[in-house]
Design a protein around this ligand. Structure first.
Ligand SMILES: Nc1ncnc2c1ncn2[C@@H]1O[C@H](COP(=O)(O)OP(=O)(O)OP(=O)(O)O)[C@@H](O)[C@H]1O
Length: 273
């Protein structure tokens, strides 16, 4: 196990030693993160020593073949799943050293989630759904921030509607507002456009991008769609529990190319066995 100083040094090394200035812009980072499922002959190494930083105010996409570890990375970073070894620093605090109660509080206050299936509560209005994280925490809404979110997401005319009175795209916009209402340090989006048609997908991705540009939010999105990844500022490709590519300003063509290269590499490897 590393000491705190060793953790800080490992973290600083990812910036070529410019630790102090650049660290202030880091939202969350993983250091030597591993996650194994099972043990012995049946062990699955889902994460194999992942080192990665996610900067504040940036939109990052995570891509990769099925089973490569994308969801495991997201769940572990969000404190939903425990790491086997390594560290996760959120605003300088190590999640891997926290107990369940501390993790629950941290998730409630500092992490937002957006799911493929929206996960809105059907008996509540859009407004009640958006405010739900605050209601559950017994916290008062910041009305100014609520207005900003509602305006940015174009939900002014939809606040009194229940989810079944909204289109898929509108429901996902409500879910985005709900994820952002606590002004979290980081928002994890798991295939947020997986259930949407291409027009609604483009709309939702545009809003995610605006949340980053205009509202200074930090978003990490898992997606299988290279076009969705092209809305991000950065795209990471995962394979076999490791990062195999890290692309700034990704285009859909470039991401398809990287995914194809990874598929060819995996096929060539399989043929040598
Ligand atoms: N609870 C679990 N128990 C055992 N193995 C698991 C568990 N969750 C994930 N795995 C395994 O860990 C590896 C990584 O899975 P993960 O779900 O993170 O991949 P993924 O890239 O998100 O895949 P997909 O794109 O299909 O969602 C896979 O081999 C998977 O079978």
């Amino acid at each position: 196990m590393r000491t705190q100083d060793e953790t800080a040094m490992a973290s600083a090394s990812r910036y070529g030693g410019e630790a102090d200035n650049s660290r202030s812009s880091v939202a969350i980072e993983a250091i030597g993160l591993t996650k194994d499922y099972g043990e012995g002959d049946t062990v699955v190494h889902a994460l194999r020593g992942v080192d990665v930083c996610f900067e504040q105010g940036r939109f990052t996409a995570i891509m990769g073949p099925s089973g490569s570890g994308k969801s495991t990375l997201m769940h572990t970073l969000a404190g939903l799943d425990s790491a086997t070894s390594g560290h996760i620093l959120l605003g300088g605090e190590d999640l891997t050293a926290m107990n369940d109660r501390q993790l629950t509080l941290l998730r409630r206050k500092r992490i937002g989630f957006i799911f493929q299936s929206f996960n809105l509560l059907p008996m509540f209005t859009a407004e009640q759904n958006i405010l739900m994280p605050l209601t559950l925490a017994g916290a008062k809404p910041d009305r100014g921030w609520m207005r900003t979110l509602v305006r940015t997401l174009g939900l002014e005319q939809r606040l009194n509607h229940r989810p079944n009175e909204l289109s898929g795209g509108q429901q996902q916009r409500v879910a985005i507002a709900r994820a952002l209402i606590t002004r979290p340090s980081v928002v994890f989006a798991d295939e947020p456009t997986g259930n949407l048609d291409s027009v609604s997908s483009a709309e939702v991705l545009d809003f995610l991008k605006r949340s980053v540009r205009e509202l200074k939010q930090t978003i990490i999105m898992v997606t299988h769609d290279a076009v969705a990844a092209s809305y991000a500022d950065r795209a990471i490709v995962f394979a076999d529990g490791r990062i195999v590519a890290d692309e700034p300003n990704p285009t859909a063509d470039r991401m398809n190319e990287l995914l194809m290269e990874e598929r060819q590499r995996a096929t060539a490897l399989a043929m040598t066995y």
